[in-house]
Design a protein around this ligand. Structure first.
Ligand code: PEP
Ligand code: MN
Length: 338
């Protein structure tokens, strides 16, 4: 349920409301909008609670809601969440492009990729140091050495970095390096990991599980938000369907659905969404047209030699072309590429 405060309520009234909620065993989450302040009440609420809360000083109205996702929902926060990462803004008018190799392989590979994607207009460098891998015999990442290389690439290029954290135990380590923590598709319902990233104050990008419904995905975001971390963005990366031509089926419809249901930014990842490099640009354009707040694109200096996901990785030239083609599509939906 949501407590809508009356206009002109005092700070003291808000503090009192939050304290009372805590004493009753609930947690209160504040959304401060331009026109109104809303407190999301999280816990085992019951219908009679509405009348009680409406008697409290400063309260205008109490709205019970039946949607299971509360803090991620538009009812709680009508205005879009905007996340600041250094100089980069995610969720505003300007689209953000995150690009780089699937996995950090060598210093040379990462730095070459970092310089090229930056020159083409990417704002955030991606690269996996801890790689989830379907087969235990595939490349599983460089671990902490990979994080060191990412830090070096950030130092050299000034680009913030996004990298995956796979276990609750690694959250502390990865948070020391990453500007954005990535939770991968395979871990979307690793609830202890979600709790742990929720306890940090780092922005988190939560990828959609390959067989997760939109509601399950939002409920996973809810875990992070309920721990107090409001800097959450979502990433559509394709879902598993009966189609075998593509690695996954890029669910473009998820983008406007998320926009309608939630205030969280939504990033599109057509690299994993399709698994094929020649589909990455067309699906990027579709995602931007559908309202995505940004793109995550795999780029490798030599895709044919990549240790991971070479088939879906763009060459530098192809990435440059993608960036040029996105500009007019973004403009047609009122967005810009910085
Ligand atoms: C990745 O971004 O490299 C990755 C492993 O993605 P996903 O979790 O979507 O498969
Ligand atoms: Mn990958």
């Amino acid at each position: 349920m949501f407590i809508v405060l009356r206009q002109g309520h005092t700070e003291g009234e808000l503090t009192e409301i939050l304290e009372q909620l805590t004493q009753m065993g609930f947690s209160g989450h504040v959304s401060q909008g331009v026109e109104r302040t809303v407190v999301g009440v999280v816990g085992r609420t019951y219908p009679e609670l509405k009348e009680t809360l409406e008697m409290w000083p400063g309260v205008d109205e109490v709205v019970p809601i039946s949607r299971p996702h509360k803090l991620s929902g538009r009812e709680f926060q009508p205005q879009d969440t905007v996340i600041k990462v250094g100089d980069v803004t995610i969720g505003g008018e300007v689209l953000v492009v995150m690009a780089g190799p699937c996995a950090v392989e060598t210093e040379e590979q990462l730095l070459e990729a970092a310089r090229a994607v930056k020159a083409a207009g990417a704002k955030i460098l991606r690269g996996g140091a801890f790689k989830p891998s379907t087969s235990p015999y595939s490349f599983r990442g460089l671990g902490q050495d990979g994080l060191d290389l990412l830090a070096q690439a950030r130092q050299e290029t000034g680009m913030p970095i996004i990298t995956e954290v796979m276990t609750p135990q690694d959250v502390e380590l990865v948070s020391r390096y990453a500007d954005i923590l990535q939770v991968g598709a395979r871990n979307m319902q690793n609830f202890t990991l979600l709790d742990e990233v929720g306890k940090t104050q780092k922005p988190v990008m939560l990828k959609r599980g390959m067989s997760a419904t939109i509601q399950e995905w939002l409920l996973s975001a809810e875990y992070i938000l309920a721990q107090g971390n409001r800097q959450v963005m979502l990433c559509e990366r394709g879902i598993r369907t009966f189609e075998t031509y593509t690695r996954n089926t890029m669910d473009i419809s998820a983008i406007p659905i998320i926009k309608k249901l939630s205030h969280l930014p939504i990033i599109a990842d057509p690299s994993h969404g399709t698994g094929k490099w020649h589909l990455v640009t067309p699906l990027s354009l579709a995602a931007v047209a559908a309202g995505a707040d940004g793109l995550m694109i795999e780029v490798h200096p030599r895709p044919d030699q990549a240790l991971k996901d070479g088939a879906q990785s763009l060459t530098f030239d192809n990435f440059q072309q993608l960036m040029a083609q996105v500009v007019p599509v973004a403009a047609s939906v009122g967005r810009k590429i910085a």
